[in-house]
Write a protein that binds this ligand. Structure first.
Ligand code: SF4
Length: 411
């Protein structure tokens, strides 16, 4: 089989993995004439993200789509009737370098089905990164998928070469993983995440205390994971609780949410249709609220509903359930309170805080502060106080919904 055909199969097989954003690593470049590649923006590398947040500028492939495991939700499972292929280590190295030189990619995202054993597969994955870094002095981004059962020494080596390591938790509920992926062991997954966290903490501490010599690196962009949404019955509240637990326990950089896509020859235990993609989007927004807006997982989703509304964003939904906390006086509200106003982003809040130290904020200032007019029912300004009926009105959510547009007729 030629490399072109292998690439078709192994890039297609990797498309179900969403956990490949390339943010947050250390800065490296090759402007000194040594090495190849860069992780810095503006160096001829195009950081390109799909609207749902997926990074699309990495060469994203599997080393092989053959697998000993039979995870029901996975197109590469052992019982799946798909064409199989396997790259050699040198083929992935060459492809990465060729694509990089043509400026198609900014780095590599490498995962693999499990063949022979966890250690054998992990060793192959690590070999690609080792060759790229040590033989070709590649300085672009590398994200390696980690096999939880692999030996600790291999994981340590992976962290030496990779920017980011990830282990997929796969399912929001432990019993769903047992049902859909009986060969996977949630305890091994969590144990390895814990080991990674210890290594990451150690590397950070070494970097902080280092004086002369550069301390050994370990995955400077941290670890991430992915959860499949909509394959089991877990509601959004359960999903966000699991994410909060993962962020808290293993200090993950990101939890990625991947809407389940029906696969060929799927098991009857799986749903026939995918969940709406907007659900995945709402979960990303809710995740953002936990990480940057000071929300707890437990307060984002309406307890009784268990699900995020699909028609409005989670922050607006929270505000509509807590109308008694508004309107908020911009002149005196704390940063945490301001972050809860629908339409206020973190930068807008910083601008408000900087501006109100100097002057009182008026309606005419909103555009300059990048605050949308639709936030007016939730705030008090020096020349504005919303009438109570506006905040209590049933049509408040409508102000935030995008205007309906006429569909094209094709003529
Ligand atoms: S171990 Fe990974 S590649 Fe293999 S079947 Fe399970 S999810 Fe798919």
């Amino acid at each position: 089989m030629d490399v072109q055909r292998k690439l078709e199969i192994l890039a297609d097989a990797a498309k179900y993995d969403a956990s490949c954003a390339s943010s947050g690593t250390e800065k490296r470049d090759s402007s000194d004439g040594k090495g190849l590649g860069s992780t810095a923006p503006g160096m001829g590398i195009c950081h390109s993200y799909a609207p749902d947040g997926r990074c699309i500028s990495l060469l994203k492939v599997l080393l092989t789509n053959a697998c000993n495991y039979d995870c029901l939700y996975c197109v590469n499972r052992t019982s799946s009737n798909v064409p199989r292929a396997r790259f050699t280590v040198d083929e992935v190295v060459k492809l990465t370098l060729d694509f990089y030189r043509r400026n198609y990619i900014e780095g590599l995202f490498l995962s693999s089905g499990i063949i022979r054993s966890a250690d054998y597969t992990m060793e192959q994955v690590v070999s690609v990164a080792r060759k790229l870094r040590e033989e070709h002095h590649f300085r672009g981004y590398i994200h390696l998928k980690t096999i939880p059962e692999a030996d600790d020494a291999l994981i340590a080596e992976a962290g030496k070469y990779a920017d980011r390591l990830s282990i997929n938790i796969e399912m929001p509920l432990e019993n769903s993983l047992a049902k859909f992926a009986p060969e996977k062991d949630v305890r091994a997954i969590r144990r390895t995440m814990g080991r990674l966290r210890l290594k990451l903490d150690e590397a950070k501490e070494n970097a902080r205390t280092a004086t002369k010599t550069k301390p050994p690196r370990f995955a400077p962009a941290g670890q991430s994971t992915q959860m499949i949404i909509g394959a089991d019955a877990a509601d959004d509240k359960t999903i966000l609780d699991t994410s909060a637990n993962l962020y808290g326990s293993y200090r993950l950089k990101r939890v990625y949410y991947s809407a389940f896509s029906p696969i060929p020859d799927a098991s009857r235990a799986l749903p026939l249709v995918s969940p709406p993609l907007i659900r995945e989007h709402r979960l990303y927004q809710a995740d953002w609220l936990m990480r940057f807006y000071g929300f707890d997982a437990g307060e984002i989703v309406d307890e009784a509903a268990g699900m995020l509304p699909l028609d409005i964003d989670p922050k607006l939904a929270w505000a509509l359930r807590h109308r008694d906390r508004f309107p908020l006086d911009i002149a005196t509200a704390s940063r945490q309170e301001l972050l809860r106003v629908p339409g206020f982003g973190t930068k807008a809040v910083d601008r408000i805080i900087a501006t109100r130290r100097l002057t009182s904020i008026r309606v005419a200032d909103l555009a300059r502060l990048h605050i949308p007019q639709k936030a007016l029912p939730f705030i008090v300004l020096s020349d504005h106080r919303p009438p109570p009926h506006l905040l209590d009105g049933a049509g408040l959510a409508e102000r935030f919904k995008p205007k309906a547009t006429q569909l094209g007729f094709g003529f």
